[in-house]
Design a protein around this ligand. Structure first.
Ligand SMILES: CSC[C@H]1O[C@H](OP(=O)(O)O)[C@H](O)[C@@H]1O
Length: 364
């Protein structure tokens, strides 16, 4: 994506022998644009856990680069393989819900054959991580292509009138290496001249919608309006939403989908109002080993401080403001499960599918 006339991916390495990893540090957006240099696996594990970067696809790619850094750390400090194994387990445990993390690490690790030096292993892991980053970006580009006809169809039905799309959290460019999942078809439709408007859920507690999705849409010139999380139902009852597109962090084999907390309520409201509800995700987000999602997909619980405080700009400084009495107990479930029956279809890099059988076929 272009930011201030320069093209960026969300994660990359510069030229050179076994380079550091660069990421866009999302904690400061939309107010400041920071790039963080990641120089060790430990730093990468912290970046994933503390959400310097986030979004299922990007978490996966970052995990892959974390494996590379673990080999590089071991090579540079002359550590045994047990160090690398421990590092990989640590990276795997940073965020439990997005299955892309395991998917990516499972892709990189078998590529590193035993019998090689640690330096050679680091080079192989680096190449594998770079390939996964390219794969992630290409998958998202294809999600855009496959999702586009769904928007075009509504536009045609409305005789070129504005297509109103509601989205939750940030499933855009920032959540992947490039393009995004839910936002990818929206960007493509906008570039093709289709009139559209996006309702952006603020997405408490961390406000990925308010902070990140609005920033992305503004950058791309896509008309949008920020709404409080509780507004969607009212908009849907009043014919102000034509479709909902969200991302996903893990899709079970029956189609049950984990996504940012609050997604389920949007799906219920969409169902009640006959509004199509699509989940856009690469097939790396499908957990084919998990028969169903309800009660089975691990739900990340984060610090209650993310609920007690809200981050914002005050007098030119980024500050966290307490919004309740100090020490008020707060619970912070990061995700909820939307049952498959509420989902109209899945927009993947292999096409749009709406039933379990077709979803399973994508694994071939
Ligand atoms: C890959 S879709 C983006 C996805 O990421 C969000 O979670 P988080 O910001 O906690 O990483 C959310 O569920 C979005 O839909």
């Amino acid at each position: 994506m272009r930011v201030a006339d320069q093209y960026y991916r969300t994660i990359w390495v510069d030229e050179g022998q076994l380079p550091d990893v660069q990421i866009i540090d999302q904690r400061y957006l939309p107010h400041e644009f920071h790039i963080e240099t990641i120089s060790s696996y430990k730093q990468m594990a912290i970046a994933i856990k503390e959400m310097h970067l986030r979004g299922a696809g990007l978490i996966g790619v970052a995990g892959a680069f974390g494996v590379y850094l673990a080999y590089r750390d071991a090579f540079q400090a002359n550590q045994p393989m047990v160090f690398v194994d421990g590092a990989i387990t640590e990276i795997l445990n940073t965020r439990p819900t997005a299955v892309n993390l395991k998917w990516a690490i499972d892709k990189v690790c078998p590529r590193v054959a035993s019998g090689l030096t640690l330096e050679e292993k680091a080079h192989i892991a680096l190449d594998a991580a770079k390939q996964l980053a390219d794969h992630d970006a290409e998958s998202c580009r294809l999600i855009g292509l496959h999702g586009l006809p769904l928007i075009e169809e509504i536009s045609e039905r409305k005789k070129g009138g504005v297509v109103n799309i509601l989205t939750h959290c940030n499933a855009g460019w920032l959540a992947f290496t490039d393009y995004g999942s839910a936002l990818s078809p929206i960007y493509l439709a906008h570039r093709k001249g289709i009139k559209l408007h996006v309702w952006v859920d603020e997405t408490r507690p961390r406000n990925q919608g308010a902070a990140l999705t609005t920033w992305e849409l503004l950058n791309e010139g896509v008309p949008h309006t920020l709404i409080a999380d509780n507004t969607g139902g009212h908009l849907m009852q009043n014919q102000m939403v034509d479709m909902v597109i969200t991302g996903a962090d893990r899709i079970a084999a029956n189609g049950d989908t984990a996504n940012k907390i609050g997604t389920y309520l949007k799906a219920l409201a969409a169902h009640d109002n006959g509004i199509p509800f699509y989940v856009a995700a690469p097939t790396s987000t499908i957990d084919f080993a998990l028969a169903e999602g309800l009660g089975k997909i691990p739900i990340e619980e984060r610090s209650g401080n993310e609920v007690r405080y809200v981050r914002g700009l005050y007098n030119g400084n980024i500050v966290d403001m307490l919004i309740c009495p100090e020490n008020t107990p707060a619970v912070n479930y990061g995700f909820d499960i939307t049952p498959a029956r509420l989902i109209s279809g899945f927009i993947t890099e292999k096409g749009v599918v709406n039933n379990i059988k077709l979803l399973m076929n994508l694994n071939r």
